[in-house]
Write a protein that binds this ligand. Structure first.
Ligand code: C5P
Length: 402
């Protein structure tokens, strides 16, 4: 993605370097447009070295390339950090007396702005009116936050952390033009727990990491995402709605309520059985005896139930298998896909050292015709591959409808 990073003249300008580095590291083509006063806070060589592209604040440099509009026209995303009170005012009124101003006006890309100034300035009605005007026109305003300011003072007005600004900017770009922009996605994640009594349960080793990575990848691709989380051991990404559940019955209800989403992913490790006769009072040795038995009864298969509903969206199931032989593993996956009636099945191998909680994983994505993707590595990158498969499938289903 081509990202324009605008920098205006506040002390937080030095932090823009971190944002540029992060964007370049993530593979984006970054073009920095500082204001003249930004260059008094941070040097051009730093910005050129980090962005790996030439940097100027001059409208009259490189005129033959019509730089004052070309940068804006070709940008997929513009992020301005820090935005001073002066720059906010200029942006709000459409001033174009420098390269940053012309670039913003020439662009139709999402605009993300991270203001930074002293508390008194931030609170001025004039500044607030400018921020409101920009937000109403669709700009994403990130921060400011409370914390240490330039002098000895502390308060509201500090620029949001560069990583948070980058995350918000990538999310805005995804919402605008991501492969799942405008789609709704529901992902179940984690492992359900089946109560024995109020303090004990039968559970499994799922951390929820894969489902959470999928929710995050879907969000980055522009979807509005709901995560139905069963006892998650990992943090929930920002911008994702969380519905917390504990038992299979609760997870089932949460998923059935949301079954009309464009994409439903059952990544949760759902307990196949629940305890028959779970009690509301804690069992004691006295009441349970010396060799108690726990009787189990079958839980409903939520994935199969979702597959049986009339639906227009895409249904994705998971299959965790301990099968060691590769061909046999895929064969089992195909049989499971057919049995459950999902559109796609993400197949992975699990064992005592594999799959659960581990950061690295290997999956095969199957449809009725066989393996459509094979991905390994960190769960975040594997999740991106799975979401690409989902997006492709939705896009080709859309074409068939036309
Ligand atoms: O049959 P198995 O448990 O291997 O199937 C795994 C897939 O089925 C996963 O997508 C899981 O979320 C889902 N599942 C379910 N309800 C169950 C058991 C599994 O939806 N009771």
């Amino acid at each position: 993605m081509r990202v324009v990073v605008g920098i205006s003249g506040g002390i937080a300008a030095y932090k823009a370097a971190l944002a540029i580095r992060e964007l370049v590291k993530a593979g984006h083509d970054v073009h920095v447009v500082p204001t003249a006063s930004a260059l008094r806070f941070i040097g051009r060589p730093t910005l050129e070295a980090l962005s790996r592209n030439p940097v100027t604040d001059e409208v009259f440099d490189d005129v033959a390339a019509v730089r004052h509009v070309a940068l804006g026209q070709s940008a997929d995303l513009i992020v301005i950090l820090p935005a001073t009170a002066n720059t906010l005012a200029k942006l709000a009124h459409g001033l174009a007396d420098d390269l940053l101003g012309t670039t913003v006006l020439a662009s139709r890309a999402p605009l993300v702005i991270a203001p930074a100034m002293h508390t008194e300035m931030w609170e001025q009605p004039a500044v607030q009116a400018n921020v409101r005007a920009l937000a109403e026109r669709g700009a994403t305003i990130v921060g400011p936050v409370a914390g240490a300011l330039t002098g000895a003072d502390e308060g509201f007005g500090r620029m949001a952390e560069p990583a948070d600004v980058v995350a918000a900017a990538l999310e805005a770009a995804g919402r605008h033009s991501g492969a799942l922009a405008g789609r709704s996605v529901v992902v179940s994640a984690g492992g359900t727990r089946e109560p024995i009594d109020p303090v004990r349960f039968l559970g499994n080793r799922s951390s929820g990491a894969m489902g959470v990575a999928l929710a995050s990848a879907a969000r980055a691709a522009g979807a509005s995402v709901t995560l139905v989380g069963a006892n998650l051991h990992v943090p929930v990404p920002s911008g994702v709605e969380l519905v917390e559940v504990e038992t299979t019955a609760q997870l089932r209800e949460a998923m059935l309520e949301r079954a009309s989403a464009d994409v439903v992913v059952m990544a949760a490790a759902v307990a196949d059985y629940r305890v028959r006769g779970a009690v509301d009072e804690k069992r004691s040795k006295e009441s349970w005896g010396e060799a108690p038995t726990i009787e189990l009864e079958l839980n409903p298969d939520i994935l199969a139930e979702l597959a049986g509903l009339p639906r227009e969206g895409l249904l994705v199931g998971f299959g965790a298998e301990t099968e060691a032989d590769d061909d046999a593993l895929v064969e089992r996956g195909r049989a499971k896909l057919a049995r459950k009636g999902a559109d796609l099945l993400v197949l992975n191998r699990v064992g005592h050292d594999e799959g659960f909680g581990a950061v690295d994983t290997r999956v095969r994505v199957l449809d009725a015709d066989g393996v459509v993707a094979d991905a390994s590595g960190q769960k975040a990158s594997v999740a991106r591959v799975i979401i690409e498969c989902v997006a492709q499938r939705l896009a080709s289903a859309g074409e068939e409808h036309q």
